[in-house]
Design a protein around this ligand. Structure first.
Ligand code: PDD
Length: 289
Protein backbone atom coordinates (compact mmCIF):
# COMPACT_ATOMS: atom_id res chain seq x y z
CA UNK A 1 0.00 0.00 0.00
CA UNK A 2 1.33 3.48 -0.85
CA UNK A 3 2.01 5.39 2.35
CA UNK A 4 0.00 8.53 2.95
CA UNK A 5 1.58 11.85 2.14
CA UNK A 6 2.36 14.15 5.04
CA UNK A 7 3.70 17.68 5.28
CA UNK A 8 6.49 18.32 7.77
CA UNK A 9 8.32 21.65 8.11
CA UNK A 10 8.27 22.69 4.47
CA UNK A 11 8.39 19.25 2.84
CA UNK A 12 5.77 16.89 1.43
CA UNK A 13 6.90 13.33 2.08
CA UNK A 14 5.61 9.78 2.71
CA UNK A 15 4.19 9.60 6.23
CA UNK A 16 6.58 6.80 7.23
CA UNK A 17 9.55 9.05 6.37
CA UNK A 18 8.34 11.97 8.52
CA UNK A 19 10.66 12.14 11.56
CA UNK A 20 10.64 14.47 14.55
CA UNK A 21 13.35 15.06 17.18
CA UNK A 22 12.74 13.70 20.71
CA UNK A 23 13.63 17.23 21.86
CA UNK A 24 10.52 18.59 20.17
CA UNK A 25 8.51 20.35 22.88
CA UNK A 26 5.35 18.72 21.54
CA UNK A 27 6.87 15.35 22.50
CA UNK A 28 8.41 16.53 25.80
CA UNK A 29 5.63 18.75 27.15
CA UNK A 30 2.59 18.44 24.87
CA UNK A 31 3.56 22.04 24.05
CA UNK A 32 1.53 22.45 20.89
CA UNK A 33 -1.93 22.79 19.38
CA UNK A 34 -3.88 20.97 16.69
CA UNK A 35 -6.88 20.99 14.39
CA UNK A 36 -9.01 18.38 12.65
CA UNK A 37 -10.73 19.47 9.43
CA UNK A 38 -13.21 17.32 7.50
CA UNK A 39 -12.77 17.17 3.72
CA UNK A 40 -15.77 16.35 1.50
CA UNK A 41 -15.41 16.01 -2.24
CA UNK A 42 -11.93 17.61 -2.02
CA UNK A 43 -13.31 20.67 -0.21
CA UNK A 44 -12.13 21.64 3.26
CA UNK A 45 -15.32 22.14 5.28
CA UNK A 46 -15.23 25.45 7.20
CA UNK A 47 -11.46 25.71 6.69
CA UNK A 48 -11.32 29.39 7.65
CA UNK A 49 -13.10 28.75 10.95
CA UNK A 50 -10.63 25.96 11.74
CA UNK A 51 -7.58 28.13 10.95
CA UNK A 52 -9.06 30.99 12.99
CA UNK A 53 -9.47 28.57 15.91
CA UNK A 54 -5.92 27.27 15.35
CA UNK A 55 -4.66 30.85 15.60
CA UNK A 56 -6.58 31.47 18.81
CA UNK A 57 -5.23 28.20 20.26
CA UNK A 58 -1.72 29.40 19.30
CA UNK A 59 -2.40 32.75 21.01
CA UNK A 60 -3.62 30.76 24.04
CA UNK A 61 -0.18 29.13 24.37
CA UNK A 62 1.63 32.38 23.47
CA UNK A 63 2.76 31.40 19.98
CA UNK A 64 2.66 33.55 16.87
CA UNK A 65 0.82 32.04 13.87
CA UNK A 66 3.61 30.51 11.76
CA UNK A 67 1.68 30.68 8.45
CA UNK A 68 -0.81 32.94 6.73
CA UNK A 69 -4.24 31.64 5.67
CA UNK A 70 -3.23 31.31 1.97
CA UNK A 71 -0.09 29.41 3.02
CA UNK A 72 -2.18 26.99 5.09
CA UNK A 73 -4.62 26.55 2.23
CA UNK A 74 -1.85 25.61 -0.20
CA UNK A 75 -0.35 23.04 2.19
CA UNK A 76 -3.68 21.50 3.20
CA UNK A 77 -5.01 21.26 -0.34
CA UNK A 78 -1.76 19.68 -1.52
CA UNK A 79 -1.88 17.02 1.20
CA UNK A 80 -5.53 16.26 0.39
CA UNK A 81 -4.81 16.04 -3.32
CA UNK A 82 -1.81 13.75 -2.85
CA UNK A 83 -3.86 11.45 -0.60
CA UNK A 84 -6.53 10.70 -3.16
CA UNK A 85 -10.03 11.58 -4.11
CA UNK A 86 -12.06 10.08 -1.27
CA UNK A 87 -13.45 12.05 1.70
CA UNK A 88 -10.78 12.64 4.31
CA UNK A 89 -10.04 14.27 7.63
CA UNK A 90 -7.02 16.50 7.91
CA UNK A 91 -4.86 16.59 11.02
CA UNK A 92 -2.75 19.71 11.64
CA UNK A 93 -0.28 19.99 14.51
CA UNK A 94 1.89 22.97 15.42
CA UNK A 95 4.34 22.68 18.30
CA UNK A 96 6.64 25.29 19.83
CA UNK A 97 9.54 23.49 18.15
CA UNK A 98 12.79 21.78 19.04
CA UNK A 99 14.83 22.87 22.05
CA UNK A 100 18.54 22.12 22.67
CA UNK A 101 17.81 20.65 26.13
CA UNK A 102 14.66 19.85 28.11
CA UNK A 103 13.78 23.13 29.80
CA UNK A 104 10.31 24.32 30.85
CA UNK A 105 11.08 27.90 29.85
CA UNK A 106 10.21 28.90 26.27
CA UNK A 107 13.41 28.67 24.19
CA UNK A 108 14.56 31.77 22.33
CA UNK A 109 14.68 31.76 18.51
CA UNK A 110 12.90 28.44 18.20
CA UNK A 111 11.23 27.41 14.91
CA UNK A 112 7.73 25.87 15.25
CA UNK A 113 7.22 22.30 14.06
CA UNK A 114 4.39 22.06 11.54
CA UNK A 115 2.91 18.68 10.70
CA UNK A 116 -0.07 17.85 8.49
CA UNK A 117 -1.50 14.51 7.41
CA UNK A 118 -4.89 13.28 6.21
CA UNK A 119 -6.81 10.02 6.55
CA UNK A 120 -9.79 8.56 4.69
CA UNK A 121 -13.16 9.43 6.17
CA UNK A 122 -16.43 7.59 5.66
CA UNK A 123 -19.57 9.66 5.23
CA UNK A 124 -22.30 7.62 6.91
CA UNK A 125 -25.87 7.49 5.63
CA UNK A 126 -28.71 8.73 7.82
CA UNK A 127 -29.73 5.12 8.50
CA UNK A 128 -26.21 4.17 9.60
CA UNK A 129 -25.84 7.21 11.82
CA UNK A 130 -29.33 6.83 13.28
CA UNK A 131 -28.10 3.68 15.08
CA UNK A 132 -26.72 6.17 17.60
CA UNK A 133 -24.21 5.83 20.42
CA UNK A 134 -24.24 5.14 24.15
CA UNK A 135 -22.62 7.64 26.51
CA UNK A 136 -21.78 7.85 30.19
CA UNK A 137 -21.09 10.72 32.56
CA UNK A 138 -17.39 11.10 33.42
CA UNK A 139 -15.88 13.26 36.17
CA UNK A 140 -13.73 16.08 34.82
CA UNK A 141 -9.98 15.65 35.33
CA UNK A 142 -8.89 18.36 32.84
CA UNK A 143 -6.96 21.61 33.34
CA UNK A 144 -8.62 25.05 33.20
CA UNK A 145 -7.93 26.06 29.58
CA UNK A 146 -10.15 23.60 27.76
CA UNK A 147 -10.96 26.19 25.05
CA UNK A 148 -7.40 25.70 23.74
CA UNK A 149 -7.13 22.75 21.35
CA UNK A 150 -3.83 21.60 22.79
CA UNK A 151 -2.04 18.38 21.89
CA UNK A 152 -1.66 17.72 25.64
CA UNK A 153 -4.59 15.30 25.56
CA UNK A 154 -3.85 12.85 28.35
CA UNK A 155 -6.89 13.87 30.45
CA UNK A 156 -9.16 13.36 27.42
CA UNK A 157 -7.49 10.06 26.56
CA UNK A 158 -8.00 8.76 30.12
CA UNK A 159 -11.63 9.89 30.30
CA UNK A 160 -12.41 8.45 26.85
CA UNK A 161 -10.78 5.16 27.84
CA UNK A 162 -12.79 5.13 31.08
CA UNK A 163 -16.00 5.40 29.01
CA UNK A 164 -14.80 2.71 26.59
CA UNK A 165 -13.76 0.33 29.38
CA UNK A 166 -17.25 0.68 30.88
CA UNK A 167 -18.75 -0.35 27.51
CA UNK A 168 -19.79 3.12 26.24
CA UNK A 169 -18.93 4.94 23.01
CA UNK A 170 -18.26 8.36 24.52
CA UNK A 171 -18.10 10.14 27.90
CA UNK A 172 -19.86 13.39 28.78
CA UNK A 173 -17.56 15.44 31.01
CA UNK A 174 -19.16 16.63 34.26
CA UNK A 175 -17.55 19.56 36.04
CA UNK A 176 -19.06 20.55 39.42
CA UNK A 177 -22.40 18.99 38.53
CA UNK A 178 -22.59 20.54 35.03
CA UNK A 179 -22.11 18.76 31.72
CA UNK A 180 -19.52 20.54 29.56
CA UNK A 181 -18.74 18.51 26.43
CA UNK A 182 -17.88 15.01 25.27
CA UNK A 183 -14.31 13.75 25.69
CA UNK A 184 -13.92 14.11 21.89
CA UNK A 185 -17.04 16.13 20.98
CA UNK A 186 -19.55 18.80 22.01
CA UNK A 187 -23.02 17.80 23.11
CA UNK A 188 -26.58 19.04 22.69
CA UNK A 189 -29.66 18.33 24.77
CA UNK A 190 -33.18 18.63 23.33
CA UNK A 191 -36.17 19.23 25.57
CA UNK A 192 -39.68 20.28 24.52
CA UNK A 193 -38.42 21.08 21.01
CA UNK A 194 -35.60 23.39 22.17
CA UNK A 195 -31.97 22.63 21.26
CA UNK A 196 -29.65 23.40 24.17
CA UNK A 197 -25.88 23.34 24.55
CA UNK A 198 -23.57 24.83 27.19
CA UNK A 199 -22.30 28.37 26.51
CA UNK A 200 -18.70 28.96 25.41
CA UNK A 201 -16.44 29.11 28.46
CA UNK A 202 -12.87 27.92 29.09
CA UNK A 203 -14.46 24.63 30.24
CA UNK A 204 -15.12 23.46 26.70
CA UNK A 205 -13.77 23.56 23.18
CA UNK A 206 -15.76 25.84 20.95
CA UNK A 207 -16.53 23.25 18.27
CA UNK A 208 -16.80 24.26 14.63
CA UNK A 209 -19.57 21.66 14.22
CA UNK A 210 -21.33 23.06 17.32
CA UNK A 211 -21.33 26.53 15.74
CA UNK A 212 -22.56 25.10 12.44
CA UNK A 213 -25.49 23.35 14.21
CA UNK A 214 -26.45 26.54 16.05
CA UNK A 215 -26.36 28.58 12.85
CA UNK A 216 -28.50 25.95 11.08
CA UNK A 217 -30.98 26.15 13.99
CA UNK A 218 -31.02 29.96 13.66
CA UNK A 219 -31.47 29.89 9.86
CA UNK A 220 -34.27 27.33 10.07
CA UNK A 221 -36.05 28.96 13.01
CA UNK A 222 -35.56 25.97 15.31
CA UNK A 223 -35.56 27.24 18.90
CA UNK A 224 -32.16 26.96 20.61
CA UNK A 225 -30.45 28.17 23.74
CA UNK A 226 -26.87 28.28 25.01
CA UNK A 227 -27.37 27.46 28.65
CA UNK A 228 -25.79 25.59 31.55
CA UNK A 229 -26.94 21.95 31.64
CA UNK A 230 -26.69 19.99 34.88
CA UNK A 231 -26.00 16.27 35.08
CA UNK A 232 -29.57 15.90 36.37
CA UNK A 233 -31.00 17.81 33.35
CA UNK A 234 -29.38 15.23 31.07
CA UNK A 235 -31.61 12.54 32.50
CA UNK A 236 -34.71 14.50 31.42
CA UNK A 237 -33.55 14.92 27.82
CA UNK A 238 -35.95 14.07 24.98
CA UNK A 239 -32.89 13.78 22.73
CA UNK A 240 -29.13 14.02 23.17
CA UNK A 241 -26.61 14.55 20.36
CA UNK A 242 -22.86 14.79 20.14
CA UNK A 243 -21.08 16.76 17.42
CA UNK A 244 -17.56 16.83 15.98
CA UNK A 245 -15.80 17.43 12.70
CA UNK A 246 -15.17 13.71 12.23
CA UNK A 247 -18.70 12.53 13.14
CA UNK A 248 -21.00 15.42 12.25
CA UNK A 249 -24.14 15.30 14.41
CA UNK A 250 -24.69 11.93 16.07
CA UNK A 251 -27.68 10.81 18.15
CA UNK A 252 -27.14 9.47 21.68
CA UNK A 253 -29.65 6.71 22.37
CA UNK A 254 -28.49 5.66 25.82
CA UNK A 255 -27.11 7.56 28.82
CA UNK A 256 -25.54 5.64 31.71
CA UNK A 257 -27.41 2.49 30.68
CA UNK A 258 -30.85 4.21 30.42
CA UNK A 259 -32.67 4.95 27.16
CA UNK A 260 -32.66 8.59 26.04
CA UNK A 261 -36.25 9.42 25.00
CA UNK A 262 -37.61 6.26 23.42
CA UNK A 263 -34.11 4.85 22.91
CA UNK A 264 -34.03 5.76 19.23
CA UNK A 265 -32.68 8.71 17.24
CA UNK A 266 -35.22 11.51 17.67
CA UNK A 267 -37.19 13.60 15.13
CA UNK A 268 -35.19 16.77 15.73
CA UNK A 269 -31.95 14.85 15.20
CA UNK A 270 -33.33 13.59 11.85
CA UNK A 271 -34.14 17.15 10.84
CA UNK A 272 -30.74 18.46 11.91
CA UNK A 273 -28.90 15.56 10.23
CA UNK A 274 -30.67 16.44 6.96
CA UNK A 275 -29.83 20.15 7.33
CA UNK A 276 -26.18 19.40 8.17
CA UNK A 277 -25.88 16.92 5.32
CA UNK A 278 -27.35 19.49 2.91
CA UNK A 279 -24.87 22.08 4.22
CA UNK A 280 -21.95 19.69 3.56
CA UNK A 281 -23.25 18.90 0.07
CA UNK A 282 -23.96 22.55 -0.77
CA UNK A 283 -20.53 23.57 0.52
CA UNK A 284 -18.63 20.91 -1.37
CA UNK A 285 -20.42 21.75 -4.63
CA UNK A 286 -20.07 25.51 -4.24
CA UNK A 287 -16.29 25.46 -3.74
CA UNK A 288 -14.75 24.95 -7.17
CA UNK A 289 -11.59 22.90 -7.68
N1 PDD B 1 -12.08 16.74 18.51
N2 PDD B 1 -14.66 19.02 22.24
C1 PDD B 1 -13.60 18.19 22.27
C2 PDD B 1 -12.96 17.85 23.56
C3 PDD B 1 -13.09 17.64 21.06
O1 PDD B 1 -12.01 16.84 21.08
C4 PDD B 1 -13.74 17.96 19.83
C5 PDD B 1 -13.27 17.42 18.51
C6 PDD B 1 -14.86 18.81 19.87
C7 PDD B 1 -15.62 19.18 18.61
O2 PDD B 1 -14.97 20.16 17.85
P1 PDD B 1 -15.17 20.26 16.27
O3 PDD B 1 -16.62 20.30 16.03
O4 PDD B 1 -14.51 21.53 15.93
O5 PDD B 1 -14.54 19.04 15.67
C8 PDD B 1 -15.29 19.32 21.09
C9 PDD B 1 -11.45 16.27 17.30
C10 PDD B 1 -12.35 15.80 16.22
C11 PDD B 1 -10.34 15.30 17.64
O6 PDD B 1 -9.67 15.55 18.64
O7 PDD B 1 -10.11 14.32 16.93
Amino acid sequence: MTPRTAYLNGQFLPLDEAKISPLDRGFLFGDGVYEVIPVYNNCLFHCEAHITRLNSSLAGIRMIPPLSYPEWETILETVVEKNGKEDQWLYIQVTRGIDSIRDHQFPKHVVPTIFVVSYPKTRLTKEEQSQGICVTAITDIRWKYCHIKTTARLAYVLMYQEAKDAGFDEGIIINNGYAQEGTTSNFFMIRHGVIMTPPKTPLLLSGITRDCILSLAEKNKIPYRETKISERDLQKADELWITSSTRGVYPVINLNGHAVGNGKAGPLWERMWTLYDAEVTHFSLSVSH
